[in-house]
Structures are given as C-alpha cells and as structure tokens.
Design a protein around this ligand. Sequence first.
Ligand SMILES: NC(=O)c1ccc[n+]([C@@H]2O[C@H](COP(=O)([O-])OP(=O)(O)OC[C@H]3O[C@@H](n4cnc5c(N)ncnc54)[C@H](O)[C@@H]3O)[C@@H](O)[C@H]2O)c1
Ligand SMILES: CC(C)=CCC/C(C)=C/C=C/C(C)=C/C=C/C(C)=C/C=C/C=C(C)/C=C/C=C(C)/C=C/C=C(\C)CCC=C(C)C
Length: 494
Amino acid sequence: MFGFSDKGNLNLITQALEAVGRKMRVLPDPSTVHFHLPGDLSVLVHRKYEDFINELVSKFPHEKEGILKFYDTCWTIFNSLNSLELKSLEEPLYLFRQFFQKPRECLTLAYYLPQNAGDIARKFIKDQELLSFIDAECFIVSTVNALQTPMINASMVLCDRHFGGINYPVGGVGGIAISLADGLVEKGSEIRYKANVTNVILENGKAVGVRLSNGKEFFAKTVISNATRWDTFGNSNVSSIGTLKKLVLSFSLICSFKLFFLECTGKLVKEELPEEEKNFQKNYVKAPSFLSIHMGVKASVLPAGTDCHHFILEDNWNNLEKPYGSIFLSIPTVLDPSLAPEGHHILHIFTTAGIEDWEGLSRKEYEEKKEVVANEIIRRLEKKLFPGLQDSIVLKEVGSPKTHRRFLARNDGTYGPMPRGKPKGLLAMPFNTTSIDGLYCVGDSCFPGQGVIAVAFSGIMCAHRVAADIGLEQKSPVLDAGLLGLLRWLRTLA
Ligand SMILES: NC(=O)c1ccc[n+]([C@@H]2O[C@H](COP(=O)([O-])OP(=O)(O)OC[C@H]3O[C@@H](n4cnc5c(N)ncnc54)[C@H](O)[C@@H]3O)[C@@H](O)[C@H]2O)c1
Ligand SMILES: CC(C)=CCC/C(C)=C/C=C/C(C)=C/C=C/C(C)=C/C=C/C=C(C)/C=C/C=C(C)/C=C/C=C(\C)CCC=C(C)C
C-alpha cells in the first residue's frame, strides 16, 4: 500500500487510522515492483530512489540526463503536493490561504494540473523503449499509458514509493477496513452492513435521504455517495447496479453500507443525467475490470529472494493495455509469512479484462472459461518466472469481471474512470459537489481518480466541503459561487 508511512502529508491511510485512534503495524516492502518487460528488460523499482535510478540508467545509459530530468520533474510536483495541507480544492477560503502561504507550490500544481506524464517524458526522453517503460510505470496505477496519465498522479506514485515507501499491513490489507470500522464505531458512529441503497430521495431537487431495497428510508442533511458516478447517476446505455456506500446523516454520524449480494439494476438518482455528469461521461469511460486468480502454492516453487510484486509483459509492447495482455502478481507471504501455512505462499495474480467477455454464458460455460483463461495465465507465468508453477498449486480461486461487479457492486466491475481520449491532465475530473444540492460524491470517479490514496484524498476533500456547507468550517457563499462556477467552466474546457 501507498500512504502507510509515518512521514509527510500524503500518508493518508496512516492519517485516516489515526483520526479514529487506530494504528497498524506495517512491514516495509524493499521494492515496489519488479518489471519483466519485452526484450528481457528487467527493472526492479527499489525503495531507495538512488538504487532505482542507478538500475534504470544502467539499462539506458544514453538517456541518463533525460531520466534524471523526468523523475526530477516528478519530485518537484511531489514535493509541492507533500508541502500542502490537503483539504477541499472546492473551498475558496482554504484555497486562497494555501496560495498565500505556499504560492510557488500551488502555482506548480496549477501549472501541471492540465498536463500528462507522457508529454513531459517526451520533452526529455527520445528512446522509444524507455518511453514504453514509462508507459508501464503509469499503466500499473492508471490502466492507461503515460500520455493519458495525469502528471500529478504519476508524480505522486513515482515519488511516494521512494519517500514514504510501500508498506504492508501485518495480517493483510483487509485489516485496514476492519480497523477503520472499529475506530469509527468507537468514536460514536453507526455502521449498517448489508444495507442496499437503491434511491437517493429528492425533495424539491435537494437530496434529503436514501431508500434501501427493503423499503426503509433514512433522512439526512447530507448524502454522500461512494458508488461510482455511473452507479450514482446512471448512464445512457448500460444497466447499472445501484450502489451507495457512505451516507452521512450528520457530520458526526457516518453510516458505511457494505453490500455483497446486490444485483439490482438502476441508478440511485432517478433523474435525467445532469449536464455535469454528461460532461464527465464525455471525458471518461469505465476502465476494464480484472480477472483475478488467488492461489496457494508450495513454497519450493519460488526461487530464493523472489520479490513481492511483479508486472509481466512478455513479448510485445502493443499488448500493454490489451485485456489479458499484461500480468500483475503479488506474493504477500514474501513479506508476511504468517498469512499462509508453513511451506506455502499466496499468489494474487490479476490482469485487465472486460465484462463483455463474460456475459451471456451458461453456468457451465462460465466455470469452464474461468478455468481455461486462468490456466493460460498460469502457463505464461510458469514460462516467464516460475517453472513447475502448475504442479505446485494447492488451492486456486478465480474471479472474473462479474465477480468484481457482484462483490464490489461497481458498474460493469470497472476498476475506475479512464480517459476517453487524451485528457487535459486532471482538469476534467469532477470534485465532490454535484449538481444536486445536498448530494456529494467520493471515490475514484472523483478528483484525483483511481488509487487508494487518491480515493482517500477525495474523502478528505469531501469531508471539508461538507463541513463548510453544514457550518462546521468557515465558508463564504459569494466566493463559493465564484470558485464552483470557475471550476465548472474549467472542466468544460477539458
Ligand atoms: N492496491 C490495490 O491493489 C487495490 C485494490 C482494489 C482497489 N484499489 C483502489 O481502490 C479504489 C476504489 O475505491 P472506492 O472507494 O472508490 O471504491 P470501492 O469499490 O473500493 O468501494 C466500494 C465499496 O462500496 C460497497 N458498496 C457498493 N455498493 C454498495 C451499496 N449499494 N451499499 C453499500 N455498499 C456498497 C462495496 O462493497 C465496496 O466495498 C480503486 O480506484 C483502486 O485504485 C486498489
Ligand atoms: C483548483 C485549481 C484550479 C488550482 C489549484 C492548484 C492546486 C493547489 C492543486 C492541488 C492539487 C492537489 C492537492 C492534488 C492532489 C492529488 C493527489 C493526492 C493525487 C493522488 C494520486 C494517487 C494515485 C493516482 C495513486 C494510485 C495508486 C494506485 C492505483 C495503485 C495501484 C496499485 C496496484 C494496482 C497494485 C500493483 C500491483 C502490482 C504491480 C503487482
């Protein structure tokens, strides 16, 4: 996980846990990822920045200057981000204060806000293979190439992995949700599980509550949807799953709905798609989902010193963004052996996959397809990294995009938003307010997009904007109208 360090301003998981009186023990990962790329290009992203740069320069010595300039630019942006107090960019008093206190940092961020990593990389680097490597660097966190990845997001991940580092919570990442939930309850919040929100209730155009599938209604000053914007507002061509995770009944009472067996169709806001959302859907499409394989294997199949995370694209750079083209692999037991019985390891293998491949199949065809597709991926891994992998398997479970849709209740099982074309950086990303009074959105279809830290930041921004709107923080209605109007206009330029 990113965001789990004990320093800086961007360790948002640590901060979220602290806010509810919790702390988790973490294990530092000595590397972020081991890339295995076409032409036998192998790059290990070491935790220590200098080690990573030396390794990359050793593969592309003729591009030393370009490499340093590109990653230095990332650091300039990261250092600016890391110096700010992170709050709502939709709240003018805070924004002006930040501009006043940190003008250079804010102007740096404003300058890079509409830019993409691939364009910046091309200013400094000519080698096509190195540019493809930077595509892979971006793809693993955005599921798109560098030309489509906002520079601010790329800088955040390309630097924080060396600054705060990647850290693994002992016992597994599920512990994060459990700790947060325990902490919230201890602070007086109430969490309702298996509560299927199907409608946002509107009164005179204002969101005033939610209705559950069992007919129960809850009323509130503020409603916050953590469902994707497609699930919240719907889209014109695909039936969606109604979702709503977080409903704020008042600022101090947060209900987090976890729903695992929901497959109803329809959007939460039963109104015509607002213009703002049309603009969002014009700029962003749903990224594909994933095919996931969870395996238990005999430890002897892994060579000594195997790294925790791998990214594999065997022969052809053109396959990077294609479904099933590249393979992600995490082996958490490398860091935390307590997760598996002695002598065994856990492999989480995943690859991008679209829902359309998995629909319209009978139960039998579906099960058979999962087996065939998973076996092919295991065969590729066996060939590239771990000879004997197939025979070492003691447990295997395969999840398809339909699994993601069902268990995460995300429209088409999507990983998140993906730019339809070449975006203007983050300019088109909507923030938390919506065109419906009293209704806010959080999560990865809001600024700044996919990723746990990005999503945590959207939560922090939303909390601040809501606090201002319900009178817990200072606000200026005149400046609000000005800034929100300006931001709306800027989004239409993207
Ligand atoms: N590091 C990783 O490997 C990894 C893995 C998964 C996700 N992520 C990140 O998490 C981001 C997504 O975060 P998010 O918070 O936007 O979305 P999310 O999908 O994580 O949260 C949605 C949650 O809402 C619940 N839910 C859905 N419908 C509901 C309903 N009707 N009522 C109640 N609960 C409902 C789901 O069960 C799910 O837990 C992704 O962009 C991704 O980057 C990272
Ligand atoms: C408003 C205006 C107009 C202006 C203003 C200016 C300013 C001040 C600005 C500011 C800005 C800001 C603050 C921003 C922020 C941002 C952020 C925080 C961002 C973040 C981001 C993050 C991210 C993107 C992350 C991501 C991550 C991820 C996705 C991860 C993933 C992972 C995985 C998938 C795993 C892998 C594995 C293997 C390889 C195996």
